[in-house]
Design a protein around this ligand. Sequence first.
Ligand SMILES: [Fe+2]
Length: 369
Amino acid sequence: MLFIPTELLRPNMVLAKDVNLLITDTFSLPLLRRGQVLNELFIKKIKFHNVSGVYIDNKIADDIIVDDIINEKLKATVLSDIKKNFNQYKNNRGEVNIHIVDNIARMAKSLVLDILSNDEILINLIDLKSYDDYTYRHSLCVAILSITTGISLNLNEHMLTEIAMCALLHDLGKMMIPIEIINKPDLLSPEEYEIVKKHPTIAVDQLRKKHLVSEAVLSGIASHHEKYDGTGYPQGLKGNEIPLYAKILAIADVYDALTSTRSYRRACFPNEAIEYVMGCAEVHFDYEILRAFLKNIAAYPVGTFVSLSDGNIAVVVRNLQINPIRPIIRIIYPDGTTSKNIDLAQDLNYANITIVGMGYENPNFAYSN
Ligand SMILES: [Fe+2]
């Protein structure tokens, strides 16, 4: 399968994976099913929901499989559970109860166990969020990214579950902030920004009063917008004053936001988001935690097109954790034929060839079915 950004989708392309656009209280509903032949109307629908791109089937990439780090069924269940619990919290006017916390704890545990069951943990995550359920998908993605970072840092299972809880709860407080402010595409006014800045503590105050979660989880949620140089909020904590869970969450939160399509901009590709977060080391993020985070991120996800320094374009066949910037690739020549698989990390004939960026804007990118 191949990843095609939404703006390059054409009629007659065939979906290789379901496109999930709606989350209900009981399940996550695919809008378009795997095997669906795209037409103008479907492409419009995908665009309307701000999905950054989809996977399609093609004979040049029949053998290329994109595995998710968590199984589809768990993903669908967790998404609908997050939505259900967040809405319950909102309907209770910001009252957190034991049922919500129990549910979140159960989800956290399931996610940790599912991720730990992978042989190799490498995130091939390309954003598939739609704008109307951004908050729920964001919570899930931040949880996945935080757990994998925790694994790189050798945290034990108890701590991994705590960090997953932090991630699932980190933006719960946003449910109590007017939706017009949360979804505002323009710059916030100073007054609006002050309101947004309350979201880390809104939920924490409630949870603390009722002694529903550990202090480590509370401080992780409360401090997820603190910055390493002390310019964050709500307390302006600096360096190691920031709790470990909050440092992890901060990176996962920003990385996921960057790689998500919003109504006002396209999603960054992983290689662009990696550049950005690297540029924030020791300013926004703790460098050691950032290194642990990046260990699991594929800069060029499987199924995406990359531009090579010799002018060719190639599709990424496989990523290996040992060298996440030198994947196994397959060149696609302008006549539609392909090379054999080339392992950029091992094949000395290609040692001088580098990936210079994504291939979608390369003049040789003339994709046809
Ligand atoms: Fe936040």
